[in-house]
Write a protein that binds this ligand. Structure first.
Ligand code: NAD
Ligand code: IPM
Ligand code: MN
Length: 348
């Protein structure tokens, strides 16, 4: 039987619940389609930090490098550990260390899910640059007396980094409906975003079959609400992509539906799969988190691992369940009920 080595990091809050749910469904998919996920679970989380003083061991990245893929629930428990410590100690270094520069986030309405908009027929794929830009971690704080304190956060954009994500966006657009929208703020940010626009125009010449639009982030935020059906693939920098994908989650019915894949396209290291949402401390431990975003992310992982048929079956099972009105509205069904329904639909 084909075996895939999977590193599991359930993390904090509902990250644990939705990881359990996903593994139940993926194990059932394995039985049905003839593969096994050989999983090792790592307890790296805010709890782990409080016990050890670090979010993961010093050789954590090295350890993860030995796996075919990483699945992560969510990280962060701001009541006890500052987000600037927890996220910079676990999630963000993993994305960088394994060159997971393409963060893929699909936004569409699953059958039976009512979004907040009148628009229904949208199908957007957001490609978020995932390793540099506004998340470069460069900057600092200068103290010259409290009144004169200065803090900087330097966004670093390299030609290599921009070219590869733009090219990735074009490839995705080519495989879909042939339209790419590049999102910047080059009217206000005159170095990095003008550079991004220039690189996009250069690379566009390699893809004559793809039409390209350039939009500013503010206009894009409005467009995603007013006319989401006009969009196909969006490519954006790290921070802009982060914000647009919570907006994307909102128009697809909520964060409980938004899946995500942190892809290392050259496969020099493992890719990581996780829902868009966080640890949701407000609903943690109540068995009410929607596991659909997480399970969909699990389907994206199966696809990446070469189990395309199983991935399609998991997605079809999710859709069969939402079409029956299960998991479509907050509070209607528990995490366990939604998970059991998806498993049952898969086994049918
Ligand atoms: P969040 O995504 O955890 O929650 C935002 C809102 O959406 C909350 O009201 C929550 O209850 C709701 N929600 C989220 N996922 C849901 C689900 N599956 N089902 C139903 N409702 C859901 O964002 P936040 O509150 O800003 O962040 C909480 C913590 O998670 C912070 O520490 C933050 O830094 C962290 N975070 C981690 C990740 C990650 O690990 N990938 C992503 C985002 C936020
Ligand atoms: C996400 C999250 C993370 C990000 C946070 C938790 C650092 O919001 O995956 O969207 O900004 O990338
Ligand atoms: Mn986010």
């Amino acid at each position: 039987m084909k075996t895939h080595k999977l590193a599991l990091i359930p993390g904090d809050g509902i990250g644990v619940d939705v990881t359990d749910a996903t593994m139940e469904v993926l194990a059932a998919a394995g039985t049905q389609f003839g593969f096994a996920l050989e999983t090792e679970t790592f307890p790296w989380s805010c709890e782990y930090y409080l016990q050890t003083g670090a979010m993961m061991p010093e050789d954590g990245i090295e350890t993860l490098g030995g796996f075919d893929a990483i699945y992560l629930g969510a990280v962060g428990w701001p009541a006890t550990v500052p987000d600037s410590v927890s996220l910079h100690g676990l999630l963000l270094p993993i994305r960088k260390a394994f060159n997971q520069y393409a963060n893929i986030r699909p936004h569409r309405l699953l059958p039976g899910v009512e979004g907040p908009l009148k628009a229904e027929g949208f199908d957007i794929l957001c490609i978020r640059e995932n390793t540099e830009g506004e998340y470069s971690g460069a900057g600092g704080r200068v103290h010259q007396g409290k009144d004169n304190e200065v803090a900087t956060e330097v966004a670093i954009f390299t030609r290599k980094g921009v070219e590869r994500i733009i090219r990735f966006g074009f490839e995705q657009a080519r495989a879909r409906r042939g339209h790419l929208t590049s999102v910047t703020k080059s009217n206000a940010q005159k170095y990095s975003m003008v550079f991004w626009d220039e690189v996009t125009k250069e690379i566009a010449a390699e893809y004559p079959d793809v039409t390209v639009s350039h939009m500013h982030i503010d206009a894009m935020a409005a467009k995603m609400v007013m006319a989401p059906e006009s969009l196909d693939v969006i490519v954006a920098s790290n921070l802009f992509g982060d914000i647009l994908t919570d907006l994307g989650a909102a128009i697809q019915g909520g964060l409980g539906f938004a899946a995500s894949a942190n892809i290392c396209p050259d496969r020099s290291g493992p890719s990581m799969f996780e829902p868009v949402h966080g640890s949701a401390p407000d609903i943690a431990g109540k068995n009410i988190a929607n596991p659909i975003a997480a399970i969909w992310s699990g389907a994206m992982m199966l696809e990446h691992l070469g189990e395309g048929e199983a991935a399609a079956a998991v997605l079809a099972a999710i859709e069969a369940v939402t079409a029956q009105g299960i998991g479509t509205r907050p509070g209607k069904s528990t995490t366990d009920e939604i998970t059991a329904a998806i498993k049952a639909a898969l086994e049918k």
